[in-house]
Design a protein around this ligand. Structure first.
Ligand code: C2E
Ligand code: MG
Ligand code: MG
Length: 559
């Protein structure tokens, strides 16, 4: 048989096989070409393969592949040499070689055929391994959808086909994922991500793409004409998990920032726009899908300017605390006040609504709140030390603090550090919206009240408040929003009946009512009549700098 192995044809055959660096598809063609160099001397009639791939991470349903490398025009004998190889993961790779019709291989020739078979098998394993490594580099190892590199590859491909603007891009974040993760544990949290990604992937077409960008953030490229169906699919993704040997079923909702891709958009443009839209979707809790609009970018830039300037302003003492008195309606006495922050920026006093939303978006509002709180504690300590007999001060806190499990500890640390008795402190919170923060809200307010610190719900009537929730909120004070109080002037008796009943109900639930934004005597008289405890508003006092407020403390205790 030596004559075959040493032939030029065999050397060429080996050279062609080992030179192939392309994909498996390319290699299949190349094997056919390589066999052309030995087919005559071996009297080869046909060479073919069948490969069975068992289900694996990349091919969830497994695959069966068959391919004919070469078929002679002269025809081939039915009997064949079959060589079987067991591949990784118990796959099977079978090769079939037939001599030309009418030809019978001798033992030497059979050996030579087996050598060809081994060489083909080795080269196919090598290329397949290379493909798997490349696949792994483009795939998120937890969910098996694309990773950032995979998305880049996908976008490059659709751009090369001039097809980029046939798609819309969705930047997505799972609603309440933090909450689920805490509830079910991180292993089942991972399972949630896997099932979620797989279900979306199953909805997508082969020329669409889903990418996991880390955490619970995903990006989807979906064809424009399928956006409606996509939103419908995304409304709820049902995920079944096992927790403590019990099945639980979750209807997972998603926040989506959408960008309508225009011709000429780069991948970075698209991702930026979709991310900005997602930030808006996050802010407006009520809407899950937000489409990017140009004006959002301007607001975003403005917010970035604020966020960049903020840390320095905080360090430079540009943020100062104003105080607005609260007046008890029973005896017209000064019974409390609210701390309200101001930013003195280049000599101009900037109101909180011009910078707090931006800080909320960046998360830095938490630093601001703690700074205001420290300032308030220092002031109270000083007032006590010089015998000023201060009243309770309420301080506003963003609901972002609920992301920090140690929020309550921080508050207690600060008042202890400054030696402030807790009956001088009230914490104002806007209502917990969504159940993610509800548990934390309840826990926080319980700890505060155990420590004799009062808790109030700010801006009641503007958000999702329902009297039903009120019952469960364990708080001391409800602050009725100005928008309620404004209706008192309308001379519409229905509005007044409405307010009267709300105040009644809150009182009956054992909480006090403070009315905000009271500007007229009429409003004061009405609120007195319906047993509202206290009011805060321009009618009595505007928010004022510390020095002026100290004068109030010293002189005017009765209005
Ligand atoms: P808020 O906590 O509801 O505070 C009451 C707002 O109503 C204050 O606006 C106050 O100046 C205004 N106000 C009070 N009485 C009247 C009135 O009779 N008429 C009118 N038209 N307005 C009245 P301000 O100081 O501009 O604060 C706006 C919001 O900014 C606050 O609403 C609060 O949500 C937020 N804020 C202020 N300081 C802080 C802070 O330190 N941290 C956080 N997270 N938020 C703060
Ligand atoms: Mg407030
Ligand atoms: Mg308010």
């Amino acid at each position: 048989m030596g004559y075959i192995l040493s032939s030029d044809g065999f050397a060429k055959f080996m050279e062609m096989l080992s030179g192939c660096e392309g994909s498996l598809d390319l290699l299949e063609g190349q094997i056919g070409d390589a066999l052309a160099h030995v087919k005559d001397e071996l009297h080869l009639g046909k060479a073919a393969m069948i490969m069975e791939v068992h289900p694996n991470a990349f091919q969830l349903r497994g695959r069966s592949i068959s391919h004919d490398f070469y078929t002679s025009e002269k025809g081939y004998a039915t009997e064949a040499i079959k060589e079987s190889y067991i591949t990784g993961n118990k796959g099977v790779f079978n090769m079939f070689f037939h001599p030309e019709i009418g030809y019978v291989w001798n033992e030497d020739e059979k050996k030579a055929v087996r050598t060809l078979s081994n060489a083909i098998y080795i080269s196919m394993r090598r290329v397949r391994l290379k493909e798997l490594v490349e696949r792994a580099m483009l795939t998120d190892s937890m969910t098996m959808v694309s990773n950032a590199m995979g998305m880049k590859r996908f976008v490059t491909q659709i751009m090369e086909k001039n097809n980029h603007s046939a798609y819309n891009c969705a930047f997505m974040n799972i609603k309440n994922f933090r909450y689920y993760n805490q509830k079910v544990g991180s292993t089942q949290g991972d399972e949630l991500l896997k099932v979620y990604a797989t279900k979306i992937n199953d909805f997508l077409l082969p020329d669409e793409n889903i990418t996991r960008m880390g955490g619970d953030n995903f990006i989807v490229y979906v064809k424009k004409e399928r956006v409606g169906a996509f939103f419908e699919r995304m409304k709820k993704i049902n995920v079944q998990l096992w927790v403590d040997n019990h099945p639980i079923s979750l209807d997972v909702e998603t926040r989506i920032g959408m960008h309508d891709i225009a011709p000429g958009d780069t991948m970075d443009d698209v991702l930026n726009c979709a991310a900005i839209a997602l930030a808006y979707a996050r802010q407006q809790n009520a809407r899950n899908v937000v489409w990017f609009e140009k004006k959002m970018r301007d607001l975003d830039l403005q917010a970035q300017t604020v966020s960049v300037a903020f840390p320095k302003a905080l360090a430079n003492g540009e943020l100062i605390v104003y105080y607005q008195p609260k007046v008890c309606l029973e005896d017209n006495s000064l019974c409390g006040c609210e701390a309200l922050v101001r930013w003195v920026r280049e000599g101009v006093i900037v109101p909180p609504m011009d910078f707090i939303p931006a800080l909320e978006r960046e998360g830095t509002v938490c630093d601001l709140d703690m700074y205001v709180f420290e300032t308030v504690c220092k002031d109270i300590r000083r007032w006590l030390d010089c015998g000023m007999n201060p009243v309770r001060v309420s301080v506003n806190f963003s609901k972002l603090h609920f992301k920090d499990d140690r929020f309550a500890d921080h508050i207690l640390d600060i008042i202890h550090r400054h030696g402030v008795p807790s009956n001088y402190i009230e914490i104002e919170l806007t209502e917990a919206s969504g159940f993610e923060s509800f548990d934390n809200f309840e826990r926080f307010s319980r700890i505060m009240r155990e420590n004799k610190i009062e808790v109030s719900i700010d801006d009641f009537g503007t958000g999702y408040s329902s009297l039903n929730i009120l019952k469960r909120l364990n708080v001391d004070v409800i602050k009725l929003d100005k928008s309620f109080i404004d209706t008192i002037e309308n001379e519409d008796t229905q509005d007044e009946v409405f307010i009267k009943n709300i105040v009644n109900m809150i009182n009956e639930l054992g909480m006090r009512v403070v009315a905000e934004g009271v500007e007229t005597n009429n409003q004061v008289e009405f609120l007195k009549k319906i047993h509202c405890s206290a009011v805060q508003g321009y009618f009595y006092d505007r928010p004022m700098p510390r020095e002026r407020y100290e004068e109030r403390l010293l002189e005017k205790r009765i209005y």
